[in-house]
Design a binder for this molecule. Structure first.
Ligand code: NAD
Length: 446
């Protein structure tokens, strides 16, 4: 039997990474009884002790507050968690396969299987992970096979759009809630779960399974395309002596275009956009949708080309070779306000220069530890001053406010040669030049 009508549905959240931990805490904040489930015991223990194992502004405070209500707990015991709840969110990772562009669906399959097997009463399994279109239909077959006789288990898709760095706010106040493949009963249950955002005006989009899966993928594909578009135009700007920042501001005034995601520079990275456009490339190919494949290939190629261009600029700045040159790298996270270094353009550039024989020192306000765990062979500093000490060239690769506010005069004194490559186009290069630096900005003539 389903949840008694006199109380709110109880929730499990499978996967307590960037998405799942935030979702679990937000659901508890909305008043629900929530159990976060992960296979990673260290993560579960940290969260249960009130420690968020990654950097996300506002989440530690909200975790502490919701744990204190007694409505939120974390466990590795999937069976007990599922037996005590009716709504089961699947928030596990869908990384890129090591051997192809396809998404690795092992974790969603394992989590869905675990939920279905553990269900002792009727409930809804709600997929939130980003998956290739067609995945949910296959998961439904798994659920039908694994669930105990007499238990009604329905699988629906409810993709997540949160941004790292703004994850709490995005979860509590989403731009929209999309639900695919829900029966009237499951839809009603999700309307209960999202009652507060709906009351605040978040659109609630009801659709079928493949559309729900594809809404998420195409939202990310569009954002990636916008960034690669402006980077392609930036190359024209550099060659023609135009300024891509002024251009982006000017075209961005058109509401049909919009200014966001039009910052030329080092391009996108992180645990989502790169693997999502590659998974789309792969899936669209399987489906024979060749135009989408071609578009995504170009978007990816332009994006990766930006990283290569920054490496080239650094080599050029060092007179043709970076061998034994000291390079200071400001930023390691894939964007500001996160410690996430998955497919980080900044670390990718730093590692490429290290491979060419440069002595690379990296500083990031939050991502030092995650960066060190990923690339232990690089040198890590604990301040921007330390990172630029004795350097031949300094690269701004992640646009943290701390770097935008830095005093270029003080930093210049620490370098061997005050030479800057602003790969994010965010520094006041006039001020840096006045402080003695030579500067190079992507998307502007040298
Ligand atoms: P993550 O790697 O931070 O977290 C995934 C978690 O799932 C890990 O803690 C892992 O231990 C756990 N896990 C793996 N298998 C499990 C299982 N069988 N049972 C329980 N837990 C299991 O990944 P993430 O960034 O949170 O992303 C998760 C999904 O959400 C991906 O599909 C991603 O594309 C999507 N997404 C992420 C974001 C984001 O900004 N990070 C935004 C929207 C959507």
């Amino acid at each position: 039997d389903a949840a008694p009508a006199d109380r709110l549905p109880r929730i499990t959240v499978f996967g307590t990474g960037y998405l799942g931990a935030t979702h679990a805490v937000a659901m508890a904040q909305l008043g629900f009884d929530v159990t976060g489930v992960d296979t990673d015991l260290a993560k579960v223990e940290a969260l249960a002790a009130g420690k968020v194992p990654f950097y996300e502004p506002g989440l530690p405070e909200l975790l502490e507050a919701t744990l204190a209500t007694g409505r939120l707990r974390f466990t590795t015991d999937a069976a007990t968690a599922v037996a005590n709840a009716e709504v089961h969110f699947v928030c596990v990772g869908t990384p890129q396969m090591k051997t192809s562009h396809a998404a690795d669906l092992r974790f969603v399959e394992a989590a869905t299987t675990a939920v279905a097997r553990a269900m002792t009463h009727d409930g809804v399994i709600v997929g939130k992970s980003t998956v290739p279109v067609g995945t949910a239909a296959r998961l439904r077959e798994i659920v039908a096979r694994e669930v105990a006789p007499g238990v009604a288990a329905e699988l629906v898709w409810n993709p997540e759009f949160l941004r790292e760095g703004k994850a709490v706010d995005d979860t509590l106040h989403p731009d929209r809630v999309v639900v695919g493949g829900a029966s009237p009963a499951a839809e009603a249950l999700l309307r209960t779960v999202y009652a507060q955002p709906i009351a605040e005006g978040s659109p609630f989009v009801v659709t079928d399974l493949p559309t729900a899966e594809l809404v998420k993928v195409s939202a990310n594909a569009f954002l990636a395309t916008k960034i690669s578009f402006v980077n392609a135009i930036a190359q024209v700007c550099e060659a023609a002596g135009a300024d891509v920042t002024v251009l982006a501001d000017a075209i961005g005034h058109d509401v049909r275009i919009g200014r966001q995601f039009l910052d030329a520079g080092l391009g996108f990275g992180g645990g989502c956009l790169p693997k999502d456009i590659r998974a789309l490339m792969h899936r669209a190919g399987e489906l024979g949708a060749h135009r989408a494949v071609a578009l995504m290939q170009q978007v990816d190629e332009i994006n990766m080309g930006q990283r290569a261009a920054v490496v080239d600029h650094a080599v050029e700045a060092c007179g043709g070779s970076v061998l034994n040159r000291r390079i200071g790298v400001l930023g390691a996270a894939f964007k500001p306000h996160t410690d996430d270094v998955r497919d980080s353009p900044a670390l990718n550039v730093a590692a490429a220069l290290h491979l060419r024989g440069a002595q690379v020192t990296v500083y990031d306000p939050q991502a030092g530890d995650t960066a060190r765990a990923t690339f232990p062979s690089l040198t890590y500093a604990t301040s921007a001053e330390e990172a630029v000490e004795g350097t031949d060239v300094v690269l701004l690769l992640t646009e943290w406010e701390e770097f935008l506010r830095a005093d270029p005069t003080q930093l210049a004194e620490r370098t061997r040669t005050p030479r800057l490559i602003d790969a994010r186009g965010k520094l006041d290069t006039d001020a840096w030049r006045a402080a003695g630096w030579t500067t190079r900005t992507l998307g502007r003539a040298a």
